[in-house]
Structures are given as C-alpha cells and as structure tokens.
Write a protein that binds this ligand. Structure first.
Ligand SMILES: Nc1nc2c(ncn2[C@@H]2O[C@H](COP(=O)(O)OP(=O)(O)OP(=O)(O)O)[C@@H](O)[C@H]2O)c(=O)[nH]1
Ligand SMILES: [Mg+2]
Length: 360
C-alpha cells in the first residue's frame, strides 16, 4: 500500500482526534476518489472496525427515516453518538415523503452527537455503490458506536445493505402487500427484524399475522428438509443448537426467529421494542459466530469491488483518447463495431502494451 501524503497524514490525525470536520473532509475525498483515497481507507480500516451497524430498508415512504430518527434519539439518550448514512431514495414515488425525510433529518442535524450524510445511490444496477460502503466504513472508523444506513428497498439495494451492515431491519407498511408477497420478494433472506410501521393504519394487524405465519412456516420447512444422516437427526441438532455446525442461514442452529414488530414511527410507539430486538440480534450474532461470518463475507465483497474498480481504472488509463476517437470514426463509417473495437482494446491491455495500432 502506498504511503499517505503529508496532507492526508494531517487529515488522519485530526480524524483520530474526533474532529467531525476531518470526517466530512475524508468522506468527500473518498466520494470524489481523490488522490490517495485508497491509502486513506487502508489506514482507517487497518485499525479495525467496531461500530454496531444497522441497516434500515423498505419501500419508499414506509417511514424509514422516521424510524432512523427515533432510534437515533433512543441511542443518544443512552449516551451513544450515532452516524447515519442515508442513501437517497431514487424512486419517483418518494417525492412527497422526501419532505418528511428532510424535516426529520434536520431535527437530528442540530444534535452534535449525530452525524448524517446523504448520498446518491450511484451504484450500478441500483446496488449500494462501493463508495457508499466506504463512507460507512469511515463513519465506523471514526468511532461512532452506532452507524445506521437507510436505503430504499429496490431489489438489489436491499440485498446489498446486508453486505454493509450487521443487522437489517426491513420496514413494511400495511400498503406494501401481504406476507406471502414479502416472502416471494426474498425479504425473509434479508430481514433480521421485520417492522410493520404505520401500525395505526388499517391492515397492519393482518400483515403482522401473515408475516409471523410465513416465518413460522418457513422455519418448519427448513427443519423438515434436513435428512437424518449417519444416524444423526440433524433436525434435532438444529432444534437443540448443535455447536460447530455450519448450516445455511435458515438452519442456523441457534434458531434466530425473525421478530415481527409493530411501530408507529411518527409518534415513536414501538421504537424501544425495536431497539431491544436489534440488541437481541446483536447478541445472537456474537454468540453464534455469525458476526464473523458476515464480516468475512463483507470483506470478500469489498475485495471483489475494489479489484473491479482498479481494473477498470487501469484499463481506461491504457486506452488513449485518440485511439477511441479513431475507433469511433471507424464504427461510424461501418468499418468496425463496438465489439470489434472493444475486443481490440481488451487484447491490447492484456497484451500489456495498450491497444494495438491498426484497424479494429
Ligand atoms: N400514519 C403514520 N404515518 C407515518 C408513520 N411513520 C411515518 N409516517 C409518515 O410517513 C411519511 C414518510 O415517512 P419517512 O420517514 O420520510 O419515510 P421513508 O421510508 O424514509 O421515505 P423515503 O426515504 O422517501 O423512501 C412521513 O410523512 C411520516 O410522517 C406511522 O407510523 N404512521
Ligand atoms: Mg427516508
């Protein structure tokens, strides 16, 4: 790893002293991929990460920001400082809800113990951008005991929030459909805790019941699928919590039962219970060794992300602008296609000498 420039060393010193301005500066260096940003991240991560990371995801307008605000206040009351990364909702439905978002977030912004950063998604395929995960790491490395990440649930982002946080709360509302739909959408795999927010609205009880039923059924099925093996009834082992087994998520021996909670985020009702459920999940992660598993998975995803990003960077550095312009001319003339041009670039890069001269 290349060393830090004198400026970045100075920044890191102020970062370590807990200066929020230094954190903000570090974030913008990472966001803009300024020179040395990898070395900076390396220096921060090399000391280890410790935050309890909580992801809050769900459909637009479900009340995610309201819940984040209530939880942040809850943690502040316990004396913990809180970092919040709000990944901007990219959904067109959220126009109205965004206002609520700002109001809530502004309330928080007046508390110096809470640091909020809003980010554009910018990820490919609607996923969490590598940059977003790096900003979460900076908040963690800065020393916030708690970091919360709000993402709007649009498929891939929901999945990726699991690769950036330890505990994922999936927020649903009576309007978001029934429990079967939630299961079909794969939300069971993502959620460590389910919240039915807007419990003051009609249909909330039904959704609560359906989710609980779906979880119950699913857990039952997981037991059924485990065959007796070499005279050992794995089902029984699973039920009783056999140590040393590495079952799939649904067969976790410790049997984490996804809690399904009702909240009314605008009034704070149910938020203490939610915080308790998050604590309970934390304890489960620690006791079962699952926290290590998740962190390792997270590291793997990051290595893959960074390798891809670096390769892209190296590749485009090797392709000279005029080569591209010439190739595009030939495509326009009908003498080449994007595929023949791309292939020539790739061959040139892999050959080590940059793109070869000549016609694509
Ligand atoms: N009736 C009712 N309204 C609520 C509840 N929780 C939040 N709201 C309202 O729902 C609207 C959306 O809340 P937000 O917290 O901004 O929702 P969000 O999920 O962060 O929205 P996006 O980030 O835009 O996807 C706001 O007007 C809230 O006041 C609730 O429990 N009951
Ligand atoms: Mg929001």
């Amino acid at each position: 790893m290349e060393g830090l420039s004198p400026q970045l060393r100075d920044l890191l010193k102020r970062f370590d002293q807990g200066q929020k301005l230094a954190l903000a500066r570090a974030i913008s260096i990472v966001e803009n991929e300024r020179d040395g940003f990898q070395a900076l991240l390396h220096a921060v991560l090399a000391r280890g990460l410790r935050s309890e990371r909580l992801g809050i995801t769900g459909p637009p307008g479900a009340g995610k920001s309201s819940l984040v605000a209530e939880l942040a206040n809850h943690y502040r009351a316990q004396g913990d400082e809180v970092g919040v990364v709000a990944v901007d909702p990219s959904s067109p439905y959220s126009g109205g809800a965004l206002l609520g978002d700002r109001i809530r977030m502004n309330d928080l912004a007046t508390d110096p113990g809470i640091f909020i950063r809003s980010m554009a998604t910018r990820g490919s395929l609607g996923g969490l951008a590598t940059t977003t995960k790096e900003v979460i790491d900076l908040m963690d490395g800065f020393g916030f005991p708690r970091v919360m990440v709000e993402t709007v649930g649009v498929g891939q982002t929901e999945l990726e929030v699991t690769s950036a946080t330890d505990t994922v709360v999936v927020v649903l509302v009576p309007e978001s459909g029934d429990g079967v739909q939630a299961m079909k959408a794969g939300l069971m795999e993502i959620a460590d805790v389910f919240v039915v927010n807007k419990a003051d609205r009609p249909g909330a009880d039904r959704l609560l019941k359906e989710l609980r039923m779906a979880i119950h059924l699913r857990a039952g099925e997981a037991m059924k699928d485990i065959p007796a093996h070499h005279g050992v009834d794995m089902g029984a082992a699973v039920r009783e919590g056999a140590p040393g087994k590495k079952p799939r998520r649904w067969e976790k021996p410790e049997g984490w039962q996804i809690p399904v909670l009702a909240t009314e985020a605008h009034s704070g009702k149910g938020v203490t219970e939610l915080a308790d459920a998050v604590e309970a999940h934390r304890a489960h992660l620690l006791a079962s060794g699952e926290l290590e598993v998740r962190r390792r998975k997270r590291a793997e995803i990051r290595v893959r992300d960074v390798v891809s990003r670096e390769l892209r960077r190296v590749a485009w550095r090797a392709v000279a602008g005029e080569e591209l312009a010439r190739g595009l001319d030939r495509i326009t003339e009908g003498a080449a296609t994007p595929y023949s041009l791309a292939q020539r670039f790739v061959e040139g890069i892999l050959g080590g000498g940059g793109p070869k001269r000549g016609t694509p």
